[in-house]
Design a protein around this ligand. Structure first.
Ligand code: ADP
Ligand code: MG
Length: 239
């Protein structure tokens, strides 16, 4: 569904991505883990067209997408969420979902149909009661859900999640994991998921990719990756 071959990206002297290879199959949940500053968000920025890779190839359903504009990539079927939710603060929850729909694959129909569909996505994430509340008045967990609804409203085939659990309480973490699993099943979406809560991603992903200093250092089933000496070393320090 989505893959990258030898993707590199540097910022000045910093090699954020160094010949990075990855793939995400249809309907698969793939976890991307690695220390702070290891290049995870840069990979998402390069996939979604925020940055052009310096070299390498990114393929979505066999088509090269590197170099395309973010809005085009989104329309093709790749949606993302940000660690710090990026919503329009003065727009309501519902209006923020409509913004997602505007950038999606489907042609928009009448005003009332658009509203109805946006409300459907808010319901899906359990936020319909807050539909008329401006995003600025929502708490973090609620903004995350609205952001997820807006991403789903673009009708993606691939969903990129950048630390969707960061800063949530343990109850909110559980409900967000359930929600992600539910939407993945319901739409058979491919999910590429950056996560720092090891327990959560190990239990949810079918495959984990580990990145350090822009390079892939391990990949495999969660249990395999958890036993990998290189992975243990970067997470726990040498010895
Ligand atoms: P992660 O998401 O794994 O924490 P990032 O991808 O955000 O890491 O960052 C990887 C490296 O690239 C870091 O050293 C970071 O400072 C650097 N970096 C990321 N984006 C930029 C940018 N726009 N300008 C300069 N340096 C950047
Ligand atoms: Mg990051």
């Amino acid at each position: 569904m989505l893959s990258g071959e030898k993707v590199s990206k540097s910022f000045g002297g910093i090699q954020a991505l160094d010949n990075f290879n990855f793939h995400v199959n249809a309907g698969e949940i793939v976890g991307l883990i690695g220390p702070n500053g290891s290049g995870k968000t840069t990979l998402f920025n390069v996939i979604t067209g925020v940055y052009k890779p310096d070299s390498g190839l990114i393929l979505f359903k066999g088509c090269k997408i590197n170099g395309l504009r973010p809005d085009i990539i989104c329309k093709m079927g790749i949606a993302r969420t940000f660690q710090t939710p990026r919503l329009f603060p003065s727009l309501t929850a519902l209006e923020n979902v409509i913004v997602g729909m505007i950038h999606g694959k489907k042609e928009l129909t009448t005003k009332s149909d658009v509203k109805k569909e946006a409300l459907y996505y808010l319901e899906l994430v359990g936020m319909s009661e807050k539909k008329d509340v401006p995003a600025s008045l929502l708490k973090l967990s609620e903004r995350r859900k609205v952001q997820l609804a807006a991403a789903l409203a673009t009708n993606p085939e691939v969903l990129l999640l950048d630390e969707p659990l960061a800063g949530l309480s343990s109850i909110e973490v559980q409900s967000m994991i359930k929600l992600i699993e539910k939407v993945q099943r319901e739409y058979n979406i491919s999910v590429f998921w950056i996560e720092h809560i090891m327990k959560a991603i190990m239990a949810t992903a079918q495959r984990i990719i580990v990145i350090n200093n822009g390079k892939k250092i391990a990949e495999g089933k969660p249990a395999e990756v958890a036993r990998d000496e290189k992975v243990i070393e970067i997470y726990l320090g040498a010895q």
